[in-house]
Write a protein that binds this ligand. Sequence first.
Ligand code: ADP
Length: 498
Amino acid sequence: MDTLELDPRLRHASTFLGRSPKMLIDGRMVGALSSKTFEVVNPATGAVIANVPEGDKADVDLAVAAARRTFDSGVWAKVSPSEKSRILWRVADLVERDLEELAELESIDNGKPYAVARVADLPLVVDMFRYMGGWATKLGGRTIPWSLPGQFLSYTMKEPVGVVGQIIPWNFPLLMAAWKIAPALAAGCTVVLKAAEQTPMTALRLAEIIQEAEVPAGVVNILTGFGETAGAALAAHPDVDKIAFTGSTEVGKLIVQAAAGNLKKVSLELGGKSPAIILPDADVDAAIAGAANAIFFNHGQCCCAGSRLFAHKKVYDKIVAGVADIAAKIKVGPGLDPATEMGPLVSDEQFARVTRYIKSGREQGAKVAVGGERVGNLGYFVAPTVFENTKPDMQIITEEIFGPVVCAMPFEDDDLDRIGREANDTSYGLAASVWTTNGGTAHKLAQRIRSGTVWINCHNVFDASLPFGGYKQSGWGREMGEEVFHNYTETKAITAAL
Ligand code: ADP
């Protein structure tokens, strides 16, 4: 404990940080079998805020055995749908009760401003548990009409896919846990979730909440540990029926390979290089504010960040100047400082990655309109950055930066097919936004874009009811909405000769 440096501005989270957070395996709060821990760092200062269990293959084995046993014995299946709803709503109520504490933990662990965690991440977490709780009573099959000779009655049932391994990233730590756990439980699956090593704190606090909500022992297991050890063991585990992963495209490909051993089902929510496309008839002020939010929200650490800014040449100069002006005024600082609008990047590794891309942009001939520098010499702060003169083959255009760096590019065309083709010129297909005052144009262009989400005159807008996921190398399957149940259910067709 005495090695920890807790920020005096913390009002709610110090108690949790002080009690050596534990993993949840088989209904018990435990350390790693090896007794090893790893340090969790506040990215605003580099100070250690906690030592958490370093789970590895042995802990994964225990957790999977618990999830397997509870699934096979029907512990969770025998809980009625309406009782499942009530349990998920109880989790939502407890998260809501502890909103401030969880927002503080998120802020010092991930770096995001406390206010953002408090008004964006946390309400979405609560909503997700409530929305998915509602689905527990609605996951039915249907009766199927027959064409061939004979008299038969056929109907389908939706059954849980089984034991689900879930691996989540660090950009929205608790929200990603909610996106994964809530629908899996509603579908009747049992869960082993591994938090990202950079941001384990809110998942461990959620583990306590899940205990308090009286989710039966073994139904949800929450581990902390590293990707190459605990994550890889979970992805390869022969007793896991399905793996749900959110993270980089690179690791997504490793997950697919690891899953091949027992052909477990795989869903992937991966990277993006999402365009914000501004047409000449757009409301320029709204488009400037929207394009800035598209990239700078969550410090650009969003898989759907609007990292390619396409503006028609008639409005390009105004748009770039406007976005650069907003970027220059964003208050960068520690997440717990009430004046802060943008916090640090999550880790030294991420800081190195983003600054490497900024360097490569400069070297390949792009021009920095604003930013491009580190802020201060403590913590992992990077100034909001706008690049101009970007070209399609530059690394900053083809690769995901995952930081507050936007690449602006003008287009001359008025032809929607060609604009669509330019926007689609990427290996990703997660999201896009279209900015125009012409409703018809907006929907026509939306139909030409190959991505799982298209926003019109907005960006980064989410709801628990909206499916989210990617075309192309942005992933397989959808999170959220009714669609997520494709990930967590099997369809059984039952036919009776009459
Ligand atoms: P990022 O590059 O944004 O840090 P990653 O894709 O590396 O994202 O990490 C997302 C999640 O995947 C984390 O929980 C991490 O621990 C996990 N992970 C990383 N490598 C592997 C791997 N080889 N197998 C399974 N999980 C992994």
